[in-house]
Design a protein around this ligand. Structure first.
Ligand code: GUN
Length: 292
């Protein structure tokens, strides 16, 4: 069993982006600038946004963090995005999800200029991805792809089972694994909350991507020997033994599943770190494309 180590791969990706950014700057080109908007103070979202800002600093990007109160009207967020769309210095815009109930995520995602859509959530980016055209790939699926590539995990002709069909992870990773490229060329089954025979389908999988957000959901009896397991879950579970009062749990019962796997991602230290590295790569690409 080989661990797909998000610490190692995300650092390798960030090192490449850092070097490319250094070269950009030393040739007098513009410094990439990522603007992040955080609405409210959800603990997990706070942590993610802080990690994204910290990575910008490590790499040498400019970053702007805009914090808005949880009870703001939708129009306040719209105005903030329009300002960032119009700001030539800003290369990438990220609105941390989820948003409070009074704000339509769909409307907000649609408003971000596609050239600055480093999360890859805009319908223009999603449409291009479906057609295999160059675009910003959503950060978590892109991070998973980079991880499979780093460890040279064989994907061609494999049966990949994706559990979850969200626009952020499940649906896009199912499309990427199905593309005619490497990593890709999988036969993909997308399962969801209405799939009746999930266990039988998972037992046929060479690759399982668990992206449903239910801690410990994928158990050893659902996984065949030598499967590749990618755990996208990051759920905070109360744990009095931790200083923070919670532990981070993945969607996979790691202790019992890992011995059966050829490759597996741990949580924490797996896909979560790759999401940030992928976002940094997208921001670099946005800056270079925009300032040609
Ligand atoms: N919430 C959970 N994952 C993500 C992500 O990749 N980007 C943003 N903006 N919000 C998220």
């Amino acid at each position: 069993m080989q661990i797909l180590d998000g610490k190692i791969v995300s650092q390798a990706v960030k090192d490449v982006v850092k070097e490319k950014t250094f070269l950009l700057k030393s040739t007098g080109k513009k410094t990439p600038h990522l603007a992040a908007i955080l609405v409210g103070s959800d603990g997990a979202s706070e942590t993610y946004v802080a990690s994204k800002v910290k990575s910008c600093e490590e790499i040498g990007y400019t970053s702007t963090l805009i914090r808005l109160e949880p009870n703001i009207a939708e129009s306040v967020l719209i105005e903030a995005i329009e300002k960032l769309n119009a700001d030539d210095d800003v290369d990438g815009i990220l609105v941390q999800l989820p948003l409070p109930k009074q704000i339509s995520e769909e409307k907000i995602i649609n408003l971000i200029h596609p050239d600055k859509d480093v999360d890859g959530f805009h319908p223009m980016s999603a449409g291009k991805m479906v057609q295999g055209l160059p675009t910003f790939l959503p950060a978590t699926p892109y991070g998973i792809i980079m991880m499979l590539e780093h460890y040279k995990v064989e994907t061609k002709g494999k049966h990949a089972v994706v559990i979850g069909r969200s626009n952020i992870v499940g649906r896009p990773i199912s499309i990427l694994l199905n593309r005619n490229s490497y990593p890709g060329n999988c036969t993909v089954t997308v399962c969801h909350s209405h799939t009746p025979n999930l266990k039988e389908i998972c037992l046929q999988a060479d690759i399982i991507v668990a992206a449903l957000g239910r801690p410990g959901f994928l158990t050893a009896d659902m996984v065949k020997e030598n499967a590749v397991v990618v755990d996208v879950g990051i759920t905070r579970v109360a744990d009095a033994s931790k200083k923070s009062g919670f532990a981070i749990k993945g969607d996979v019962d790691y202790v019992n599943v890992a011995p059966k796997c050829s490759f597996i991602t741990p949580v924490p230290g797996g896909v979560g770190l790759m999401t940030i590295a992928a976002l940094m790569m997208n921001t670099y690409n946005a800056c270079v494309a925009k300032n040609k």
